[in-house]
Design a protein around this ligand. Sequence first.
Ligand code: IPE
Ligand code: IPE
Ligand code: MG
Length: 234
Amino acid sequence: MNIPNHVAIIMDGNGRWAKERGLKRSEGHKEGAKALEKLAIHAKELGIKVLSVFAFSTDNFKRSKEEVDYLMNLFVTYFNEKLNKVIDNNVKIVFSGRKENLRKDVLEAMDNVTKRTKDNTDCILNICFNYDGQQEIVDASLRVSKDLKDGKLKEVDLNKEKFYQYLYQDLPPIDLLIRTGKEHRLSSFMLYQSTYAELYFVDTYFPDFLEKDLEDAIDYYNTIDRRFGNVKTD
Ligand code: IPE
Ligand code: IPE
Ligand code: MG
C-alpha cells in the first residue's frame, strides 16, 4: 500500500452532527476534537509524514460570539491538555494562519504546544487556525517582495518550489485532501499546496470520521493513477 506523504482534512460537519442528535453545536465541536486526537495518532501509525487539518477558518469569525468563544475555549484546553497523547506519539505540532484577532490565551497555548513539540520527528500535525488559503498566498507574496527588495532573494531563484518557503509553513505538497460533511468545496483551504492533491469527499460528519475511514480514504488514493499532466507509456 502506498501511503500518501501529506494528507489534509477539512474537518466539516460538527454542527450538523450535533443537530441531528438534538444537541448544541458546541457538543459537535467537542466530539470533533476527540476525533482529531485519534486520527492524528493513527496517521502517525500509518506512516503519514504530514497531516494538515482545517480547525478554524478566518471566515469562521463570522459566526455568533457564543460559538466563536466556545471554540476558542475548546482550543485552549485542547492545545494545553488534550494533545498530550498526540505529543507522546512523537508528533510535531505547527500552526498555519494569521495571529491577528486571536486572544492572548489562545496565542499562548499555541506557542506552548509548538515549543513542546518542536523536536518531535515522526509526523507533523499542521493545524490551520485563523487560516485563509488566499490570504496565505497574499502574505507569502508580500514576504517575497520584501526579500527581493532587501536583496535576500534574486528573481531568478524564485520558482514554484521556492515559493513554498514563503507560505506559513514550508510543507510538502498535499497528496490526499479529504473533506468530511457532504459538501464538495475547498472553502479557501491550502490552495497552493493542493494543486495536484487527490480529492476525497465523504458524507460522514467529522465526529464520526474514525481511523477506519482514514484507511478507506487511503485505499481510494491507492486506486488513483497520478499522472501530473504526463501520459502513461504502457
Ligand atoms: C466544522 O464544523 C468545524 C468548524 C468550522 C470550526 P462546522 O461547525 O462547520 O459544522 P457544520 O458544517 O455547521 O455542520
Ligand atoms: C471549513 O468549514 C472550515 C473548517 C472546517 C474549519 P466551513 O463550515 O466553515 O465552510 P463552509 O462555510 O461550509 O464553506
Ligand atoms: Mg461547516
